[in-house]
Design a protein around this ligand. Structure first.
Ligand SMILES: *[C@@H]1O[C@H](CO)[C@@H](O)[C@H](O)[C@H]1NC(C)=O
Ligand SMILES: *[C@@H]1O[C@H](CO)[C@@H](O)[C@H](O)[C@H]1NC(C)=O
Length: 446
């Protein structure tokens, strides 16, 4: 299909609307997952990490690389959803239902639903191991674990397995995407059939970091670039992440499974590398991860999958100082071990809210009329709220203006009535604020 040309003016208008929508999304419904790996000797205890994620960040899901009970239990009651992973070596044994039942009883049942376990990942990049025994038992293990979860009344937990993009034999341009021969019909088609039947996601780990060349760096990190044109579809791809997702989609569609949901198990960019890796920097990591978060929260999907959403887990939550390999491997983290962000990608909740410690005040809105301000004062001060501070001689009498007195009265009412947003409505003449309006000796309660 060739896309019809769109007038430039219309495009400009559309992208302005898109931008507005994006910033709205970022402010109000940001949702992102992280891989919580812990190959380190300096990380805070899991319970502290769980509290930090819940209270100080927009991260609402974590993915573990194992089924460590200490980590699973740490997230109980936080609402943060969790992916628990079965070790590759356990896969052959779990192909039989009784063993799968035992595994679920030991590793999931004690913690669920207190910990919001949403997905069970069966192994990690199993096809990339080329281990015939593991690969042969992967789908049977996924099936028996699904059955065991259902039998234990935990059928809401969905079963998947993450794949590296090594499953693709071709990926560029995206419309040519196809799975490796030998894996496509024998292994991936029945697995996609399983995902369709159980309404579970096909999970992939796209890493533009492992695919860029000097020429395609900007394309890989969402910076302005000349794009990659797919002449078969007429689509001009301007970032490699979206192109990789469409390559996966093309491979699935070729086998007849274009409808199956896709999730992103891992993706990321390191912030520190070795001397021969000039593309590894704090700036490039912030560009990749910041734009990735915006991309997957935008709701626009990809050219081949318009409007589809991909549950996404960034690699990684922490820099992990005991990971082997090149320097970059130890520097994929969004956060340092002391919980400070390595760079700002908008995942930490606003400083204002943190400084105010969640305290809020109610003030008149800018457009409130004098009549409304007077009515609010009359209403509050006749309802039993203490208004002596704004009477002559009171700490908040000066400045002697209707607006200043109304502000004090409306806030006093809001605080005493229980600090619900509707306690600050006042016929749409009140607004809740995070900054303390107290001045001099005039203290506004909070
Ligand atoms: C559990 O996580 C899911 C997202 O996977 C979310 O929709 C749901 O609200 C969470 N449940 C609780 C109790 O927080
Ligand atoms: C693709 O988009 C980029 C960035 O907007 C632009 O520079 C390039 O000319 C486009 N290429 C084609 C073939 O349309």
């Amino acid at each position: 299909m060739v896309r019809a040309p769109v007038p430039a003016a219309l495009l400009a208008g559309a992208s302005a609307v898109l931008l507005l929508l994006c910033s709205f999304q970022v402010a109000f419904s940001l949702s992102i997952g992280v891989n919580y790996g812990a190959l380190a000797d300096n990380l805070p205890p899991p319970a502290q990490v769980a509290a930090f994620l819940k209270e100080n960040t927009f991260i609402d899901r974590v993915k573990l690389f194992d089924a460590n009970p200490v980590f699973i239990r740490a997230f109980a009651g936080t609402g943060v959803s969790m992916v628990v992973t079965v070790a590759n070596g356990d896969i052959p044994g779990l192909a039989k239902l009784p063993a799968a039942r035992d595994w679920i009883a030991a590793h999931i049942a004690p913690f669920y639903p207190a910990t919001n376990i949403s997905l069970l990942a069966v192994g990690n990049e199993v096809l990339a191991t080329s281990d015939k025994n593991l690969i042969a038992h992967l789908l049977p293990a996924m099936r028996s674990l699904t059955a065991a979860l259902a039998q234990a009344g935990m059928g809401k937990i969905r079963v998947t397995t993450p794949h590296s993009l090594g499953i693709l034999a071709a990926s560029e341009p995206p419309s040519t995407g196809r799975f490796r021969r030998g894996y496509d019909r024998a292994i991936l088609a029945p697995m996609l059939q399983f995902h369709r039947q159980t309404k579970t996601p096909f999970m992939v780990n796209p890493y533009p970091y492992f695919g860029y060349t000097g020429r395609t760096l900007n394309y890989a990190i969402f910076k302005p670039n000349g794009g990659v044109f797919d002449s078969a579809t007429g689509i001009n791809y301007t970032n490699m992440f979206v192109a990789q997702m469409d390559a996966v989609y093309s491979g699935m569609k070729r086998l007849g499974y274009g409808d199956v949901e896709i999730a992103v198990g891992e993706t990321g960019w390191p912030s520190v590398g070795d001397a021969d890796q000039p593309a590894v920097s704090v700036e490039n990591a912030a560009s990749y991860n910041g734009n990735l978060i915006r991309e997957v929260n935008s709701g626009r999907g990809t050219p081949l999958m318009p409007g589809r959403r991909f549950e996404t887990y960034i690699f990684s939550l922490f820099n992990e100082n005991q990971k082997p390999g090149p320097t970059a491997e130890r520097n994929f983290g969004l956060f340092r071990a002391d919980l400070t962000p390595v760079y700002d990608v908008g995942l930490t909740r606003t400083r204002a809210a943190a400084v105010a410690g969640g305290r809020r005040w109610c003030l008149p809105s800018g457009g409130a009329s004098e009549a409304a301000l007077q009515a609010n004062i009359d209403y509050v001060c006749s309802s039993g709220v203490d208004c002596r501070s704004i009477q002559q001689g009171g700490a908040c009498f000066l400045p002697n203006t209707l607006r200043s007195h109304a502000a004090f009265a409306m806030n006093a009412y809001y605080q005493s009535a229980g600090r619900h947003d509707f306690n600050c409505d006042f016929g749409k003449t009140g607004v809740v604020t995070l900054s303390d309006p107290s001045y001099g000796s005039c203290k506004y309660p909070a």
